[in-house]
Design a protein around this ligand. Structure first.
Ligand code: ZN
Length: 414
């Protein structure tokens, strides 16, 4: 085991040690660790990608924690670059403002604020805003553009500092980061210290119910330590002097949960969404380890089908490329054994990734101009959650006889 990684032995939400392994995915390097040509001769370390189930609170999680500095220091994902996410954050801010009507000029704090996109909409609505993000360059850039952003990891100490300097917060948000932090108890304690008595904590996370139902196993990678469901979160917030009051389904990232919590004894009553989610989770068996063992078998069947198809096409002399190089492609490629011997190159519309090579397997990432130049016969859509817009945008590829392969939630050739 390297110094860049450790394995914890307690549940991140309830502290239990009764944690059977339910799903062993192939070990991978960090899913966003794309490399330049100059670093291709340096092997990249792979870390275990094992999923554990808590027998006490039913929380599903990784126990292998890769050092956050290794994962996030050179983070290339910037939310403002994707129009889909900009619109999502705009409606998110509007939802919070309408639903909770915070006092004008009240403080909104975003944990893991990235480039400040969400906060910019709260600022436009007349709120004071503050971002927190560990990625140094992204934080500095957001501050320069008028969204003040502290560079650091959020916890109780930082919360005390913020309250001393700016008072308590009306709204605290955390999106797609509540699954990224090993010390979730510390985050909850920090949020509890920050919130004004009638304040709310709003967070979005990938939802385990969607992951299981749609076989979204490739959303499992080292940055995502936790696969949240409502039942374990209810107990978790209770243990930290808070109360989960809403559990709303939203469709970002292939299916997410928007949770809302207040301080214990806060002014709002628990919404029906919580009971509805709990009933649905029970129906799906999310509180049973066996559900995830069956999930593991489904994934392996999907992988055998996809790699079988690609090997057959390759044997027929077809040329195969990938479309989209999201982090989740790393999990999919490793677990299904899809490397440079099957996929010649990957195209991605993000200039930040073009010219780099995929983590570990080192498949080149090119701009979509490569499709016209190299004329592959098949395109595997690794960014499957954008399959429809990708197919629409690449009509010329299809018109020239090219075909698309959608790998998830089931293998489809179109
Ligand atoms: Zn637990």
């Amino acid at each position: 085991m390297s110094s860049d990684h450790h394995r914890r032995d307690t549940c991140r939400l309830c502290g239990s040690r009764r944690l059977p392994l339910v799903l062993a995915l192939a070990p991978t390097p960090p899913a966003n660790a794309f490399v330049p040509a100059s670093a291709l001769d340096r092997p990249q370390e792979r870390f275990p990608l094992d999923v554990f189930f808590c027998e006490d609170c039913a929380h599903v999680q990784l126990l292998d924690v890769v050092d956050a500095r290794v994962l996030f220091e050179h983070y290339v994902y910037v939310s403002g670059t994707s129009p889909v996410f900009v619109r999502h954050f705009e409606s998110y801010a509007a939802f919070v403002m309408e639903r909770f009507r915070p006092p004008a000029g009240g403080l909104v704090l975003d944990i893991g604020s990235n480039d400040g996109t969400l906060l910019s909409f709260f600022a436009k609505a007349g709120m004071r805003v503050l971002g927190i993000d560990p990625a140094r360059e992204i934080a500095a850039d957001a501050t320069r553009r008028g969204i003040e952003t502290l560079c650091g990891f959020f916890g109780p100490d930082l919360a005390v500092e913020i309250v001393a300097g700016r008072g308590k917060a009306a709204i605290v948000t955390a999106n797609n980061v509540f699954a990224h932090i090993d010390d979730l108890g510390g985050v909850a304690e920090g949020v509890r210290g920050l919130l004004s008595p009638d304040g709310v904590f709003v967070f979005e996370v990938s939802y385990l119910a969607d992951v299981v139902r749609d076989t979204l196993f490739d959303t499992i990678y080292h940055e995502h330590l936790d696969y949240h469901s409502v039942k374990p979160l209810v107990g978790f917030f209770k243990a930290h002097g808070m109360e989960l009051i809403e559990a709303i389904r939203v469709d970002s990232h292939g299916g997410s949960l928007r949770g809302i919590a207040q301080l214990k004894g806060g002014p709002r009553k628990v919404g029906d969404s919580v009971a509805t989610a709990l009933a649905e989770e029970e129906r799906l068996g999310l509180d049973k380890a066996g559900t995830f063992r069956a999930f593991a078998r489904d994934i392996d069947a999907l992988g055998a089908e996809l790699s079988g198809l690609l090997k057959r096409l390759k044997a027929e002399g077809k040329r195969i490329a990938g479309f989209g190089a999201p982090a989740k492609a790393t999990t999919l490629m490793y677990h299904f054994g899809i490397g440079p011997e099957l996929v010649d190159f990957i195209v991605d519309d993000s200039p930040l990734k073009q010219g780099l090579f995929t983590p570990g397997m080192h498949v080149p990432v090119l701009s979509s101009a490569a499709l016209a130049e190299r004329k592959p016969d098949y395109l595997v859509i690794l960014a499957w959650n954008f399959a429809r817009p990708i197919i629409d945008k690449n009509a010329a590829f299809a018109a020239a006889g090219g075909r698309f392969i959608i790998p998830i939630p089931k293998v489809e050739v179109v």
